[in-house]
Design a protein around this ligand. Structure first.
Ligand code: ADP
Ligand code: MG
Ligand code: MG
Length: 888
């Protein structure tokens, strides 16, 4: 965005009609746009003005403010003074303001709000006289200098806290608010002296200077590491910039008839349709979220201040109707008068998101399409999270607030950096903190769950955890966290760093040890929503399932067939593993045939069970693609015992195993290469498939096998393997006197296959893109070794995403597109699917639909996500999605 001379840089709100509207988020940021929109709805908002986000980069690039901004801010300040009847810097009726950051998308790392700006030794006297409350005036002043010093000047908070603690001890009081006025005055003086000593500059007394310092700090915070990291993680453009809101103060800390709080128009955890939130009497701003005092539930406000409560409810209804979505509101009560300070789309748990969407459809406030469009597909994941096994014996440590649903176990970690480091090494950790703040964000990303000792249901920890879909217990007051010593104590017990704990964020419980977890039950709203999604989508969704159990789970989650059944995965344990090993180490055709004879019945019975589970939906069975080394022992003892089992000497066995070793097994004797070298393997597998299919068909079951040749590079490989499969099929059909329709196709997972897709499609009836291997082979990169440099690449913007997580559209995607087009040229009815891990990733699902594929296939738990993502893509193609697309 450019600083075009025709556009104003400053937008007024809070009186009459605002200069802005909700639609101007790009310019005003989310906070500014909501303040403008509330003004226009007639909701009481303290007057203020927003500096356009376009100024952010102008300022950051030039290192100074554009000259016309100064003039516009001055005019706005005059207008504010007129609106409030007070003077900025005035000694009798001083006007105080807050300075609040706010981009179009909210993000951590941005400058924290400064309250009470405009106070100095002169104006504080005015505030004192005006309020008749010196305690209040000096406490506000103290808060302001403290916030300004830490936020604008960037000084550590500890020193300020230290000064306060000392004064509290001297005065022998427990709370700052109880300090005598004289002590508060000394605190302010100490704070200012501290700032001067640390920065080398006197604390600014001139309100105008304070204001510009704060504005500059807001813009500067756009480039803090946290903010930059967050934008990267969420694909938010750096060019967006933040707006700055300058707003006249209202005071929730003027006594028992004042207060401040947050409220949600519906319960963001369960979705229940009732006002939900917390508040504190005689408190200001962040007191509620900071967890320094324990807030009251919003329902209590109904008893304490019925009039205010009724108004709040009315505003909630107005805002929710207007924005047609659940709102998260901040309010302040000053001497019994209610003001709104913010409203935004409420973060909600996956479960709440679905219930709310369904309820709003029933209330006829949104359409079915909107309901489907507004659920971020990955949120469904939370509903599919495991819960604690009800029959497990548990050692309850303590109970806190059920801040974010789901359960998880992990080792206790007390520091965000450490959580991140341990998680990177593969550890499962739970972040335990006294309370969290935006600095802990990366640790929360890394942790499986979050536990805090302080803070309510709307604390930072709770809000962020819900957004991430991680279990969280907040406000577990019985625990004392010692962040220095890395431990916490609770009811006489001490839990140290590295000890296992389990957090149940649905119940608010914390247990010692690793609890058994069970799969969740899905409720009616979930199936309703996915039912709507199914009606909307074109793309089919299959499941990757290697066992009958996975196949059943896939069906339960709505899969319409199996897109990938990896036959080698049936052989990872027990008798099966021995038979497999025997087959691999067999030295001749005879030995191999002997082993294969043992394997045949096992495969046949698995296939039968899988066909049955799929009830006639297609089942794509990939012929053996065993990375041989994964099946063979490597240490001498195990080699010796395998030798004994198979009647060989240890030396012989060692020679065989060494003979099978490959420098790069990923690119070695794998896939169809094995079946080409040892056709008896392909023969056996084909027999197992068709015998199973005939058995099911003979009992009137419907069955639709699709036999898939892995790792094809050339059409000749495919032809040879397909020939064997077809021969065996004919044999079995003759023997069983029954015929089962089937398809023959191949996995496309080598660039050469994609490049020659037209030739391969002459003989193959379907393609399934194996994007895991296709990514590895296109990038010339083994996934197991990628960890050495991919993180660096990501950090240094050499690549935007991990290509194993999000399909690399520019490279791998281009190959897929080419193969799709080439393949359909020679075989117009070529069936196309994608079966890598990417198959359950929403943006890849969309891509597959855009290419006109028939299906995606993914792990069972991702099937609902793919169904929803496919529906959203269908809506997007209809053009209805852009307006309503689910936001992060
Ligand atoms: P955040 O984005 O961290 O919520 P906010 O700008 O919303 O930051 O403000 C932090 C706290 O200060 C909130 O509780 C908010 O309601 C309060 N606040 C902000 N501006 C004012 C004001 N002008 N008067 C009273 N309270 C305010
Ligand atoms: Mg806020
Ligand atoms: Mg493969």
């Amino acid at each position: 965005m450019t600083d075009s001379y025709s556009n104003p840089l400053v937008y007024f709100f809070g009186q009459g009609r605002a200069d802005g509207t909700a639609g101007m988020k790009d310019v005003l940021g989310g906070k500014g746009a909501s303040l403008a929109e509330m003004t226009n709805l007639g909701i009481p908002v303290p007057p203020g003005f927003t500096i356009s986000s376009t100024v952010c980069h102008t300022y950051l690039d030039a290192g100074q403010f554009p000259p016309r901004l100064r003039a516009q801010v001055e005019t706005a300040l005059q207008r504010l003074e007129a609106a409030s009847g007070r003077q900025f810097g005035g000694s009798a009726e001083p006007m105080l303001v807050s300075v609040r950051s706010g981009a179009a998308v909210s993000m951590p790392g941005m400058m924290e709000t400064i309250l009470n700006l405009g106070l100095n030794d002169v104006t504080v006297a005015g505030l004192e006289a005006q309020s008749g409350n010196p305690q209040f005036a000096w406490d506000s002043y103290r808060r302001f200098v403290q916030m300004y010093g830490s936020v604008v000047d960037g000084l550590p908070r500890k020193a300020f806290d230290g000064i306060l603690e000392r004064r509290k001890t001297d005065a022998d009081v427990a709370r700052v608010i109880d300090l005598p006025v004289e002590a508060l005055k000394s605190v302010v003086a100490d704070f200012k002296a501290h700032v001067e000593q640390e920065t080398g500059r006197a604390f600014p007394d001139d309100p105008i200077e304070q204001l510009w310092g704060a504005i500059a700090a807001v813009f500067g915070s756009w480039n803090t590491k946290r903010a930059v990291d967050y934008r990267k993680l969420h694909d938010i453009p750096d060019a967006m910039g933040t707006a700055v809101n300058i707003q006249t103060m209202v005071f929730g800390n003027l006594g028992q008839d004042s207060g401040t709080g947050v409220a949600f128009t519906r319960d963001p955890s369960t979705g229940a349709a009732e006002l939900y939130g917390e508040y504190l009497i005689n408190a200001q701003g962040e007191d509620v979220v900071a967890g320094t005092r324990d807030p009251e539930p919003i329902s209590t406000l109904g008893e304490q201040m019925p009039q205010v409560f009724a108004e709040l409810q009315q505003m909630a209804v107005t805002l929710e109707r207007h924005f047609r979505d659940v709102q998260d509101m901040e309010f302040t009560i000053e001497h019994g008068r209610l003001y709104m300070l913010q409203t935004r789309r409420a973060q909600r748990s996956g479960r709440a998101a679905i219930k709310i969407a369904c309820d709003m459809v029933d209330e006829e406030s949104i359409s079915v399409e909107e309901a489907v469009a507004r659920i971020p597909p990955n949120d469904l994941d939370q509903l599919l999270h495991p819960m604690i096994d009800p029959s497990a014996t548990l050692d309850l440590l303590t109970t806190g607030l059920p801040a974010s649903p789901g359960a998880a176990s992990g080792t206790a970690v007390f520091d965000a950096d450490e959580a991140e480091a341990l998680a990177r090494e593969g550890a499962t950790v739970i972040l335990v903190r006294r309370e969290t703040n935006p600095e802990d964000f990366h640790g929360m990303v890394a942790a499986k769950a979050i536990l805090t000792a302080r803070g309510g249901m709307t604390s930072h920890a709770a809000v962020v955890a819900r957004g991430m879909g991680k279990p969280c217990v907040s406000g577990a007051q019985e625990i004392t966290v010692d962040e220095e010593r890395h431990c916490f104590s609770v009811n006489g017990r001490e839990i140290k760093r590295g000890e296992w704990i389990t957090v149940d964020g649905s119940a608010g419980n914390v247990y010692l040890g690793q609890a058994a977890l069970v799969e969740p039950e899905l409720d009616g709203d979930f199936s309703r929503l996915l039912g709507w999604a199914d009606d909307l989508r074109h793309l089919q969704v299959r499941v990757n399932a290697d066992t009958p159990a996975d196949a059943h789970r896939g069906r339960d989650f709505g899969a319409e067939g199996i897109g990938l059944c990896r036959t080698e995965h049936m052989f990872f344990e027990g008798d099966r593993l021995s038979a497999m090993r025997e087959m691999i180490v067999a030295q001749d055709h005879e030995g191999r045939t002997r082993a294969l004879t043992k394997i045949l019945p096992m495969q046949r019975s698995d296939f039968e069970a899988i066909f049955r589970a799929m009830e006639g939906f297609p089942v794509t069975i990939r012929l053996l693609d065993p990375p041989l080394h994964e099946f063979l022992p490597s240490n001498p003892d195990e080699i010796a015992s395998l030798a004994e089992e198979l009647g060989k000497t240890p030396a012989e066995m060692r020679r065989i195993v060494e003979g099978l070793e490959e420098v790069n097994p990923m690119l070695g004797l794998r896939g169809c290469r094995l079946g080409i070298m040892y056709p008896e393997i392909t023969r056996m597998q084909a027999r197992a498939i068709f015998e199973a299919a005939c058995t099911v068909a003979a009992r009137k079951g419907r069955v639709m096998p699709e036999v898939m040749i892995p790792l094809t590079a050339t059409v000749v490989e495919f032809r040879k393997q397909a020939l064997i499969v077809r021969e065996v099929a004919e044999e079995v059909f003759r023997e069983r006197q029954i015929t089962v329709p089937f398809l023959m196709g191949t996995m496309i997972e080598l660039p050469r296959a994609a490049l020659t897709a037209d030739e391969i499609a002459r003989e193959a009836q379907f393609f399934s893109f194996g994007t895991n291997d296709l990514t590895q082979t296109t990038w010339g990169l083994s996934r197991d070794d990628a960890g050495r440099f991919l993180p660096y690449y990501l950090q240094h913007n050499i690549i935007d995403h991990d290509p194993f997580e999000i399909l690399d559209r520019d490279g791998v995607g281009k190959l897929i597109q080419m193969a799709t087009e080439l393949g359909r040229k020679t075989r117009p009815d070529l069936k196309l699917g994608l079966c890598g891990e990417h198959g359950g990733e929403p943006s890849t699902v969309a891509f597959c639909d855009q290419l006109g594929m028939n299906y995606v296939s993914c792990s069972p738990y991702r099937v609902p996500i793919a169904r929803l993502a496919a529906a959203q893509e269908a809506l997007a193609q209809r053009g209805t999605m852009d307006r309503t697309r689910a936001t992060v």
